[in-house]
Design a binder for this molecule. Structure first.
Ligand code: GLU
Length: 449
């Protein structure tokens, strides 16, 4: 990773001072600023026009109370957020995260990343993100429904198919999108399918949306491997997490001839040298909302549950962090390098710490940042919006082909941009620069707004 050039240092200090205590947002902006040195050297108008300063300030930020009643009749209060970060390329677009760790700094980091990710898809979507500090774990369906209805009772006035289009993220899947869409429909008296993505197939959803983030990461790695004259055939992979992104990443690695030997959840990780049994994992995680320990108990054989240490201690060719931000730190990076890992591609948003990225680079590991590698989820959301707008419904095969093409195009664009700026093979610089110039050019064309 490059150091920040002095021309951008002052601006970065200002971002820190204006947004105190938001460590994740600082981290996400720093990574982009560190890539922009060669851009402002070549095109100083990006500095003169203050477009970078504008880009760091969300267009609109909404914070609201979410009151609801639990199954015991007790009133609960959560805090809801929607940060509408940038709409130069299209309506604000990005997921909702329900997790106790959610606060403004998390939503802003995710929203900032989303601007660049969405630009890389080449589709007409701006960037935004939202969520709440609500923990769906251990809550009944009825409690989740009441929470979602209360959340939407405020959010509905800020969103719309041409304004802002939320989707899922951690803690928000098909069940939550259903309750949110139902409440939106009821309040507005409109069947406005394009207001949310990640919908069920029976009510305006798209084929492949559920699988898209995981499949997309693996398509991206397939492109990296192909550029190096290799393929997935016979390669080992380790995936962190065991949620929606992880599960469909595992599925696609297996389809492409690789073998995933480990995955994890917050209680530990499982090593299964025979290859993760995906049908079993799906039953436990998606159907029963269970723990990884249940997988080990049901699988038997040589599958082992390890509750200390880190999933990154397991030797692998390809590592796919698909859990959450800052899950892969310096020690994990050293273990991966030491065990001969060749590729790390981020399925989650910002799972690799800045120090770990440096260690991976020094160790000769190819690193694909989330805003490029995990863009398949939001890209397929944009395909869902296209289908909703035309009242059409595409086949699985057609939608997956489109996803595969989009991931190929993002990969090519990252490499071409990195080459253009004299940084061959640097996917971080390629992704940040390609996305930044795309968004900044659109902002400049639209005037000072
Ligand atoms: N939350 C996902 C992401 O991080 C998907 C967002 C969407 O589909 O709008 O990109």
């Amino acid at each position: 990773m490059a150091e920040m050039v002095p021309e951008l240092g002052g601006l970065f200090d200002e971002v820190i001072a204006r947004n105190p205590g938001e460590a994740e947002f600082h981290q996400a902006t720093r990574e982009v600023f560190e890539s922009l040195g060669p851009v402002v050297a070549k095109h100083p108008h990006y500095l003169d026009t203050e477009v970078i300063r504008r880009l760091c300030e969300p267009e609109r930020q909404i914070i609201f109370r979410v009151p609801w009643t639990d199954d015991r009749g007790q009133v609960q209060i959560n805090r809801g957020f929607r940060v509408e970060f940038n709409s130069a390329l299209g309506p604000f677009k990005g997921g909702l995260r329900f997790h106790p760790s959610v606060y403004l700094g998390i939503v802003k980091f995710l929203g900032f990343e989303q601007i660049f990710k969405n630009a890389l898809t080449g589709l007409p979507i701006g960037g935004g993100k939202g969520g709440a500090d609500f923990d769906p774990k251990g809550r009944s369906d009825a409690e989740v429904m009441r929470f979602c209805q209360s959340f939407m009772t405020e959010l509905y006035r800020h969103i719309g198919e041409y304004t802002d289009v939320p989707a899922g993220d951690i803690g928000v899947g098909g069940r939550e999108i259903g309750y949110l869409f139902g409440q939106y429909k009821r309040i507005t008296n409109r069947y406005e399918s394009g207001v949310l993505t990640g919908k069920g197939l029976a009510w305006g959803g798209s084929q492949v949306r559920t699988e898209a983030t995981g499949y997309g990461v693996v398509f991206f790695v397939r492109e990296i491997l192909a550029a190096q004259g290799k393929s997935f055939e016979g390669r080992r992979a380790v995936v962190s997490g065991s949620g929606n992104v992880a599960i469909y990443a595992i599925e696609k690695v297996h389809e492409l001839g690789g073998k995933v030997v480990a995955c994890s959840d917050s209680s530990g990780y499982v090593v299964d040298e025979a290859g993760i049994d995906l049908e079993l994992l799906k039953e436990i995680k998606l159907r029963d909302r269970g723990r990884i320990a249940d997988y080990v108990a049901a699988r038997g054989g040589n599958a082992r549950l390890i509750t200390g240490g880190s999933v990154w201690d397991v030797p692998t060719d390809v590592a796919l962090p698909c859990a959450t931000q800052n899950e892969l730190g310096a020690d994990a990076a050293r273990a991966l390098v030491g065990n001969g890992c060749r590729i790390v591609a981020e399925g989650a948003n910002m799972p690799t710490t800045p120090e770990a990225i440096k260690i991976l680079a020094a160790g000769g590991v190819t690193f694909a940042p989330g805003k490029a590698a995990n863009a398949g989820g939001v890209a397929t959301s944009a395909l869902e919006m296209q289908q909703n707008a035309s009242r059409d419904s595409w086949t699985f095969a057609h939608t997956e082909d489109r996803l595969s093409e989009i991931m190929g195009a993002i990969h090519a664009r990252c490499l071409e941009t990195a080459d253009e700026y004299g940084l061959p093979g640097d996917y971080v610089a390629g992704a940040n620069i390609a996305a930044f110039t795309h968004v900044a050019d659109a902002m400049l064309a639209l005037g000072v707004i």
